[in-house]
Write a protein that binds this ligand. Sequence first.
Ligand SMILES: Cc1cc2nc3c(=O)[nH]c(=O)nc-3n(C[C@H](O)[C@H](O)[C@H](O)COP(=O)(O)O)c2cc1C
Length: 314
Amino acid sequence: MQQTFRETLDSTWGAAWDHGDVAALASIVTSDYVRVSRSSGKHAGLVDLQNEIEAIRSGFPDLVTTIDSVVTEDDTAAIFWTTTGTHTETFLGVPATNRRVQTRGCNHVNLVNGKIDREEVTWDGSELLHSLGIRHLSDAPSTSDDITLDDFSGEPDPQVMKTFNRQFITGVTVVTTQDQGAPKGLAVNAYASISLEPPLVMVCIQKTSSTYPALFAATHLGINILGTGQRETIATFASKSADKFAEVDWHAGPNGSPLIDGSPASLEAEIRERFQAKTHTVFICRVRHAEVVETPPIIYKAGRFYDSDDLTQL
Ligand SMILES: Cc1cc2nc3c(=O)[nH]c(=O)nc-3n(C[C@H](O)[C@H](O)[C@H](O)COP(=O)(O)O)c2cc1C
């Protein structure tokens, strides 16, 4: 007996998305099959779709997709579906967060002889990252006048940017997290307070940092503002030493983030957004706990450190 479109769809969709048998899709599409993204306008073929499914399944190996309903009219159909999976492996360059996501979509298909000839989709794999609270800066609404992160025209030489940054004075923090029970952290001066109400802060972390995957997977992080007496601590946390915490005393914040004893100020914050900015990730965090003592913070300018207790007020 010949299978209905719905029966073929259920079996091939399940084989491809839930079991990785992407070859099964060949039986439900025509040789002219084209898949059009409504958001980007990009056209893709069967091989692109198969590659995308394999990439998604490698990041979310327990992926399960359910077809909720199929509404047909003449030679067109709308397929409503729900996908659930756990982000346990790297996906689109984003390390595992071990978080579970659910996303929904609707594909509008044109049928020729009972097979899908053209498919318009409102969804792409980056939606899975959006569901995890991970966005690329280019996702932010922009006007046509904005320069995108990929537009290199008319930008200053990296050397000029270096000298520009050397004119900026900051403190130094150590950003920390727990990695399967082990404390991890790195020296960071790319810290900023965003707002007091709600208490939001941000830090910017290079993706090559060995602390980065653990930070990415964490729900919370610690930020310790270092003091004039912690010059050695900066050196430790700016290094690649395997156990940086062997040399410092610390205590855990309410959610386990390491807070370094003797720091002028420490906070623990919940990670709310992870903006992907090429080589770095900007973590936007909501502060849940803060500790402050009146010891002087260290000052950092152009690769040198200074004593904040020895400043001339203007
Ligand atoms: C003063 C100072 C400021 C730094 N600021 C940052 C920063 O804002 N973001 C960052 O990713 N790395 C920053 N670093 C570099 C990291 O601390 C350094 O690469 C470290 O070795 C990373 O350690 P990890 O790979 O063990 O995580 C800074 C280093 C110093 C000394």
